[in-house]
Design a protein around this ligand. Structure first.
Ligand code: C2E
Ligand code: MG
Ligand code: MG
Ligand code: MG
Length: 283
């Protein structure tokens, strides 16, 4: 392979790269079994209305409880899953598990009408041929309103010019399911796309608000980004909120919704249920 790239293109191979490669293929092999063996687990993190602390959503975040390595976080296996195509089976599992959980919660005590379930969707899943059917049937089978579901998709995926992917996104919306831009501000965001994206909400990445506490320039910048989102007719949710100070500043800037450790860390389902019908601390 190195040779095919031309003889002037020297490929330096470091032993640590071999280790990384071996580690990846081991992870890929183990992940395949993990999905079948029930080693995946969903944690849930609330999305709240800043002014009231009222929960308007709950995001499912996958974890892998490995028999010997313990809890593995998504950064360590989602990229591998995406590269190997295993993300399709993983996503299939996440959809069923999360919808079943939503139904169980709703059976115990009817969920507040505003509460939505957020699921992360990778680019490769858009090309899965039975995606739409699976979404529609899975919702219908459990009597869940499509409006309860929101898919979080990174901006690079939403900006696709691939007609096939764009059509799938349009069809997802056609089902009545919401689409949200995730990690806004980290990808290659072309602001002109913002108005034509097939989305209704935008999740602003944590990196944008990290330094805002005592940086007036950053606050002005965040204000402008929030205005940009609003002027595109989209609703903003800021993620990664960790302090009361950030909450009050964001509220002052007119931001209505947020998510972050300040309101609640991702928790297993059993610990999440207590949050669903009670407001979290606002600022
Ligand atoms: P994301 O969708 O942008 O999720 C937000 C990440 O930030 C989560 O990390 C969450 O635990 C973390 N976070 C939330 N609030 C705070 C905060 O206040 N401070 C800090 N420092 N971090 C905060 P997590 O759970 O490790 O997930 C990482 C990424 O993995 C997700 O980023 C998402 O892109 C991906 N992912 C997770 N679950 C799934 C899934 O089921 N399917 C797919 N395709 N991707 C997933
Ligand atoms: Mg997300
Ligand atoms: Mg995000
Ligand atoms: Mg992220």
């Amino acid at each position: 392979e190195a040779k095919s790239r031309g003889r002037n293109n020297v490929q330096i191979f470091h032993p640590s790269m071999l280790h990384a490669t071996q580690q990846r293929s081991r992870t890929a092999a183990e992940l395949r079994n993990a999905i079948e063996n029930g080693e995946l687990l969903l944690y849930y993190q609330p999305v709240v209305e800043l002014a009231t602390g009222r929960i308007i959503g709950i995001e499912a975040l996958v974890r892998w409880v490995h028999p010997t390595r313990g809890m593995i976080m998504p950064e360590s296996f989602i990229p591998v899953a995406e590269e190997t195509g295993l993300i399709v089976d993983l996503g299939r599992w996440v959809l069923q598990e999360a919808l079943q959980q939503l139904k169980s919660w709703n059976d115990v005590a009817p969920l507040p009408s505003q509460l939505k379930l957020h699921l992360n969707l990778s680019a490769a899943e858009l090309l899965r041929n039975d995606l739409l059917e699976d979404i529609a049937r899975s919702l219908e089978r459990r009597g869940i309103d499509p409006g309860r579901l929101v898919f979080e998709i990174t901006e690079t995926v939403l900006m696709t010019r691939e007609t096939e992917e764009a059509q799938v996104l349009g069809k997802i919306r056609g089902l009545g399911v919401g689409l949200q831009i995730d990690d806004f501000g980290t990808g290659y965001s072309s602001i002109s796309y913002l108005r034509s994206l097939p989305a209704d909400t935008v999740k602003v990445d944590q990196s944008l608000i990290e330094g805002m506490d005592n940086d007036a320039g950053q606050q002005t910048f965040v204000a402008a980004v929030l205005q940009l989102i609003e002027s595109a007719g989209l609703q903003a949710i800021v993620e990664g909120i960790e302090t009361a100070e950030q909450v009050s500043q964001l509220r002052r800037l007119g931001c209505r919704f947020g998510q972050g450790y300040y309101f609640g860390r991702p928790l297993p389902a059993a610990e999440t249920v207590a949050l669903l019908n009670s407001p979290l601390p606002s600022a």
